[in-house]
Structure formats: structure tokens, C-alpha cells
Write a protein of this length. Structure first.
Length: 250
């Protein structure tokens, strides 16, 4: 009787281990080939993305490179089933200077494009991108202090439209030289133009190789204002930004 009981218990343990193993394998495949979760740690993409937003990034949108896999193992070079991003996409990429750090910015320049900022206006191939003043972005900190930032709507030649912030008139980021995007690279910029380390800073980011793209930001699956610690589960309902959940990233 004891041997039979032990056999049944052993069989149950093995079945549980197999189930857990299958679940982990499926999760790994989904993360490597389909969707990767990503959290927003900084304000460089305000007001499109807020600190505390959690979103899914589609891996299949641009095909697969070594950066599609966890820890970017050097199994192959280039991209498999590669599809180039469209101007205006919000994309996650590995920082070219170290190949490890994840950044999220908007695709502004395609290979061969000439990109320049003049007095806060974006120029692509010497054509100014239409920029319309809209309502201010209003931000409130945890102490109740209110900050208003000038906000603009840019509309690209392909019809993509999005909001940008201009915190400081005449900043160094508002006036740049001309950047000519090399073949196989992209020019990335944050929507918070005066608070974004992006392709306008050659030594820090510069042009982003196609291989370094991880995927395209798709939609927000959770958002929190960050005022509660992760273990303070009783506060989760009050700190959750319910209206942002399910929003697409445009």
C-alpha cells in the first residue's frame, strides 16, 4: 500500500513539474517571438507615455535579431523576417553604445533622411513637419504641485500624428545641425523634446542600427502613478491609472 501511495505521489510531482516546464517554455516562446512587457522608467516620452506605464512590445513587427532573445546571445547577426519600421512608430531598441540597455523612442528618421531641429520645429529632408499648438500638458506631483508644459501636435507626411512637449524655448535640443541617417540605421527621438537623450546626442545614443530594434510598442496593459510600493497591494486600486489600461501607443 505504501509503495503504491509513493508511486502515485511521485507521479503527481512529475506531472506538476512537466506542467510548470511547459508553462515556462510557452512563456519563453511568447516573450521571444510575440510580445515582451516593458515598463516606462523616465519622462522622455511624455505625454504619450507616462512613468509607471507598462506596455507590450510586439517582437514580430520588425522581425527578429539577437536582441529579440533574453540577454541578446550572439547566435546570429542581422535580422530574420525583418520588416522595417514606419516613420512615427514608437519602438524599443538596445542602446548602440552598450547593446544591453533598453530605450524607447519614436522613429523619426529613416535611412537616407536628413533630420534637423530649427527653433523647436522638426525638419525632415528640409521640409518642416507641421506643428500645431494644443492644450498644455498638466502634471501634478505627489505634493500637489501643478506644472504646465507647452504641448504641440506634429503630423508627419505619412499621416502619423502625435503629441510633443516643449519645456524650454530655445534649448540646445531645439536647434541642431543636420543629421544624415546612414543606411541600415534609424533616427530616434523622444516626444518630450527637451528631456530626452536620443539620436540628437551622438555620443550617448546616435543613429540606431536596424539590428538593435527590439520591437514596436503596441498598447498599455497597466499603469500606476508610483505612489505605492509593490507590496502595498491594498493601495493598488487607488494608484492605478485605470483610464490608461488598454490604450494603444500612437
Amino acid at each position: 500500500m505504501t509503495d503504491k501511495t509513493n508511486s502515485v505521489q511521485s507521479s503527481g510531482v512529475m506531472e506538476t513539474m512537466r506542467t510548470v516546464g511547459y508553462a515556462l517554455l510557452i512563456a519563453l516562446i511568447i516573450r521571444a517571438l510575440l510580445f515582451q512587457p516593458f515598463s516606462i522608467p523616465s519622462g522622455s516620452m511624455l505625454s504619450t507615455l507616462l512613468i509607471g506605464d507598462y506596455l507590450f512590445v510586439s517582437k514580430y513587427a520588425y522581425g527578429y535579431s539577437k536582441h529579440s532573445l533574453p540577454f541578446s546571445p550572439p547566435l546570429f547577426s542581422g535580422r530574420i523576417l525583418g520588416g522595417e519600421p514606419e516613420r512615427g512608430d514608437v519602438a524599443v531598441f538596445k542602446l548602440p553604445t552598450d547593446g544591453r540597455t533598453d530605450y524607447i523612442k519614436r522613429v523619426i528618421g529613416l535611412p537616407g533622411d536628413r533630420i534637423q531641429m530649427r527653433d523647436g520645429q522638426l525638419f525632415i529632408n528640409d521640409e518642416g513637419v507641421p506643428r500645431e499648438r494644443v492644450e498644455d500638458f498638466v502634471e501634478e506631483d505627489r505634493f500637489g504641485n501643478i506644472r504646465r508644459v507647452a504641448r504641440y501636435r506634429e503630423t508627419l507626411s505619412n499621416g502619423r500624428s502625435y503629441l510633443t512637449l516643449d519645456q524650454v524655448r530655445g534649448s540646445s535640443g531645439d536647434n541642431t545641425g543636420v543629421f544624415t541617417v546612414p543606411a541600415g540605421h534609424f533616427f530616434m527621438m523622444g516626444d518630450n523634446r527637451d528631456n530626452s537623450q536620443d539620436s540628437r546626442v551622438p555620443g550617448a545614443v546616435g543613429y540606431v542600427p536596424f539590428e538593435n530594434l527590439v520591437g514596436r510598442a503596441e498598447f498599455i496593459f497597466y499603469s500606476t502613478d508610483g505612489s505605492a510600493r509593490f507590496w502595498e497591494f491594498w493601495q493598488w486600486p487607488s494608484v492605478t491609472r485605470w483610464g490608461r489600461i488598454g490604450q494603444g501607443v500612437n
